[in-house]
Design a protein around this ligand. Structure first.
Ligand code: SF4
Length: 367
């Protein structure tokens, strides 16, 4: 541990006192006025924490406000249709979060009479709530003495203790969770944990940390050893896989053919145009493949009429080239099942349908 970490826990009480005092004082002056900070209601804390996973604060703000307006309580969210929830989530990405949020709301209503448990262990039994989110809800909403560790605090703690190994590997997680627990004060937990995240987000930034303005700079091992740009250790670069896909907009007298992505598919629960991987090369072969795959996915025979647009986008480790075609309906009835619904929809109703992100881009081209 000593070679991996310059200043590992446990910390002496003087160090902890200084750290807590300086952090709380800094947070009282620099806390941003964010919509989810207007109340410590556990439902609002939970929604914001789920939205903020892998998403920037500025992106989350309007989504949070729309979501809370539509579903002001956990009971309202539990009673909503999944499609309504997905529609409000559209564009935020990582749709599994929305489905789990909805499932967890139903669980809170059914098992806990609509009241959020304050115990971290019980919170972690809810769908989509891991150790971090449970700690955030318990500490911010109930002032429970629960530690937190997310992207901002991982970076802050790794620098603070001078941890040189991978912060996401199991040994790294262990020492950083221990740090998170050790630094917690006895009271003001809600402010303290939010202060940690705020300091990581505003001052101890991934690049060019603002050590000169940092309230805990004299307690920071990375700063003392001039290692703040080298810690935390960078994750290995993602190896991307290239994919060629096609989406087909099928027209029939003002109606458009759409299908709901099934469980296990990318964008499960959202709607999309017939869409699939393309293996063929050359216009004739591609045309044949389009006809066969639209038939297989929807039961409908089509005649492709041309390329509408090519969209390049990335999803997790895939770099996707999506060719969007238009086609006319020729014959056949749609083959729709409860697990794989297919529909003819008036073109103007695409606006109100929760669509995949590329589905929305294609729909905009049609309007
Ligand atoms: Fe981060 Fe610099 Fe503060 Fe250390 S001194 S916690 S590296 S901002």
């Amino acid at each position: 541990m000593t070679t991996d970490c310059i200043h590992p826990p446990p910390f002496d009480s003087r160090w902890k006192q200084q750290f807590r005092r300086r952090l709380l004082s800094w947070y009282s002056k620099h806390a941003r006025d964010l919509p989810w900070r207007k109340s410590t209601n556990p439902y609002r804390v939970w929604v914001s924490e789920v939205m903020l996973q892998q998403t920037q604060v500025e992106t989350v703000k309007p989504y949070f406000q729309r979501f809370i307006k539509a579903f002001p309580t956990v009971k309202k969210l539990a009673a909503a249709e999944e499609q309504e929830v997905l529609q409000l989530w559209e564009g935020l990405g990582y749709y599994r979060r929305a489905r789990q949020l909805h499932a967890a709301a139903q669980h809170v209503v059914a098992e806990h009479s609509g009241r959020f448990p304050r115990d971290v262990t019980i919170l972690q039994t809810l769908p989509g709530i891991g150790r971090y989110t449970a700690g955030a809800i318990a500490s911010i909403a109930f002032d429970e003495r629960a530690p937190i560790l997310e992207a901002n605090t991982i970076r802050l703690f790794a620098r603070l203790i001078g941890y040189r190994q991978s912060p996401t590997a199991s040994a790294g997680q262990q020492v950083l969770w221990q740090t998170a627990l050790e630094v917690l004060p006895r009271k003001d937990i809600a402010k303290f944990n939010q202060g940690l995240m705020e300091l990581g987000s505003l001052v101890c930034t991934p690049k060019n940390p603002q050590c000169t303005f940092c309230p805990v700079s004299t307690l920071c091992a990375a700063r003392a050893s001039d290692l703040q740009e080298k810690i935390p250790q960078r994750a290995r670069k993602t190896q991307f896989t290239d994919l060629n896909e096609a989406a087909v907009v099928v027209h029939k007298k003002g109606y458009i053919l759409v299908r709901q992505c099934a469980a296990g598919e990318r964008w499960a629960g959202l709607w999309d145009f017939p869409r699939f991987e393309i293996d063929s090369e050359g216009p004739l072969f591609v045309r044949k493949e389009l006809i066969a795959k639209v038939r297989k996915q929807t039961g409908v025979e089509v005649r492709p009429s041309g390329l509408l647009k090519t969209i390049k986008h990335g999803v997790t480790r895939y770099r996707i080239t999506l060719d969007c075609y238009e086609a006319g309906y020729v014959s056949g009835r749609i083959s729709s099942t409860p697990t794989k619904p297919v529909r003819w929809l008036p073109a103007q109703e695409l606006r109100d349908l929760p669509l995949s992100s590329t589905g929305r881009k294609i729909a905009k081209l049609l309007s």
